[in-house]
Design a protein around this ligand. Sequence first.
Ligand code: PLP
Length: 360
Amino acid sequence: MSTTPVRPAVRDDLALMEGYHSPQVQVEVRLNTNESPVGPPAEFRAELAEAIAGIDWHRYPDRGAGELRAAIADHHGVRADQVFAANGSNEVLQSLCLAYGGPGRTAVVFEPTYALHSHIARVTGTTVVEGERTEDFALDPDEAERVVAAASPAIVFLCSPNNPTGVVEPEETVRRMLDQLAPTGALLVVDEAYGQFAAWSALELVDDDTNLVVTRTYSKTWAMAAARLGYLVGPAWLVEALESVVLPYHLDAVTQLAGTLALRHAAAMETRVAELVEERGRVSAALDELPVTVWPSGANFILFRPDHLDGAEVWSRLVEHSVLVRNCASWPRLDGCLRLTIGTRDEDDRFLTALTEILT
Ligand SMILES: *Cc1c(COP(=O)(O)O)cnc(C)c1O
């Protein structure tokens, strides 16, 4: 007797969900994923190559990533038991949702913001409530308070500087949110993937008595997107809870070494960040001369919207000039917008020349 095989069905709540897409088109100038335009220093590469040669390949790596966490803790002036590291800050966010979200629990996000916050929450079965930002993409603290009070969330996500808008959340807003959440037991996650580009960091508010974690990544400011390494700084009890949801030995030996050694070159990172901030000012001033609306950014990218042409069309024409930016034109609340990652001066000039030709 033969029966037609039935394919396993994915979970009902995942069936309609789209994956995360960031088209990787073959172009000469890639300014679409907020990476650093240059790599880490040559000395770092040499140190890492030497360290890799000494790995005990037949042994599992240090499960608790002790040296890495100690180095990160040292970098931020906190204790190692306040640091949790994982494969990209996305795995950090996923671990947070697995431990503190899940079925029957809610996470609040304020749109438009980093798509992965709601995506990862949903994948872990967490209900997502979307609050709105104002016209200029700022968070209105009264509205945020209202949304959070109505949703009774387990987790609230903020992103500062916010991707894709570049808005930096004022300290006052973060403090007020923490005050509201304290009696409810909800967790505030501040995603600071671009934290070093901003003048203020929520890291200074982290302690063992505050329901706050700040996530960071090596992917942007550390120029190490290839390494897939991110971490959070938060209360020790939270780090301990995350150890129970993360897979054993999830951080491989190479990643741990790369993350530890990179921190020796913090000065080079700070120089790169300062150069990108200066270049952001130059590009932003050039955009001001063109028929586009530009939003002020505290990160290594700029959101803009062509005033007279359709954003999607401008995106395609930039690709024809071999320049790739992020097409946000069809994203909810970002009608017609494009996001430019700040590159090298040459790359940015290629972009500006192409855009000028397209728009004028
Ligand atoms: C790029 C980015 C990340 C980085 O994620 P990784 O998994 O560490 O590469 C996290 N949050 C935001 C807001 C980002 O833009």
